[in-house]
Design a protein around this ligand. Structure first.
Ligand SMILES: [Zn+2]
Length: 248
């Protein structure tokens, strides 16, 4: 599933091709959580890539391929083409403030902004017994921390993934918050991690897979202490952790 860094990579890739190309009718491509927001003068398109969706900007005509489901055709001749093999993507238009839309209004803060900080998470986690991993993956708490990034951030912060959120200390939330921001920033810089066949927004295939220190490394030695990393399942999602470095 595309994670926040992939969506941000799409936004960065398509914006220069589209914004101001079109008699300035498309004002901006922004993002809230994993939704891309195409802001026009009188309406906003909300676009979610689903499980496997990808976007390409075509500056010359290209025949449609299988699973090409949507073309946005611009006055310049540019086409934004949406390919979605598994059809879990979402495209809808709203004439109201998109941030008040039912899909967006309950989302937690963006992870890279100042609204995500240790004090915020500590307050939200108060008395909660939910596993810290599920807590930070909850989009109503904070958006954009998917399974891979949650696994990596908890490893970096030395927190046991099943620890009750309410038992995580402010100091631990400070380290965790910094880890989340660092990992997502790095992932955006490298173009995301999760899809092996991810097509970059400018249509060029391939990208450098980010180095992962925990995710997918069960059975391998921890890079910090050398102890064998273990696998467990939390909330139905694969988790890898170091039994020595990640304190209960
Ligand atoms: Zn370790």
């Amino acid at each position: 599933m595309p994670e926040l860094p992939e969506v941000e990579t799409v936004r960065l890739g398509i914006s220069p091709h589209l914004v101001n190309l079109l008699d300035q009718k498309l004002l901006e491509v922004s993002r809230r959580g994993k939704y891309l927001l195409f802001r026009f003068k009188n309406l906003t398109l909300l676009w979610h890539l689903g499980m496997s969706g990808s976007m390409r900007v075509l500056l010359t005509p290209v025949p449609e391929k299988k699973h090409d489901h949507v073309d946005l055709v611009f006055g310049s001749g540019a086409v934004l083409r949406f390919n979605d093999p598994r059809r879990f993507g979402v495209l809808l238009a709203t004439f109201d403030d998109p941030l008040t839309h039912v899909l967006l209004k309950n989302l937690g803060p963006e992870p890279l902004g100042p609204e995500l900080n240790a004090a915020y998470l500590k307050a939200k986690a108060s008395k909660r017994t939910v596993a810290i991993k599920n807590f930070i993956m909850n989009a109503n708490i904070v958006v954009g921390v998917g399974n891979i990034y949650a696994t990596e951030a908890l490893y970096e912060a030395g927190i046991y993934p099943e620890k009750a959120a309410g038992k995580v200390t402010l100091k631990q939330f400070e380290v965790l918050t910094a880890a989340i921001k660092r990992i997502l920033t790095q992932a955006i810089a490298t173009g995301g991690t999760s899809l092996r066949d991810f097509v970059k927004a400018d249509g060029k295939p391939g990208y450098f897979r980010q180095e992962l220190k925990a995710y997918g490394r069960d059975g391998l030695p921890c890079g910090r202490c050398g102890v064998v990393m273990l696998h467990m399942t939390i909330g139905g999602r694969a988790t890898v952790y170091c039994p020595k470095c990640q304190k209960r």
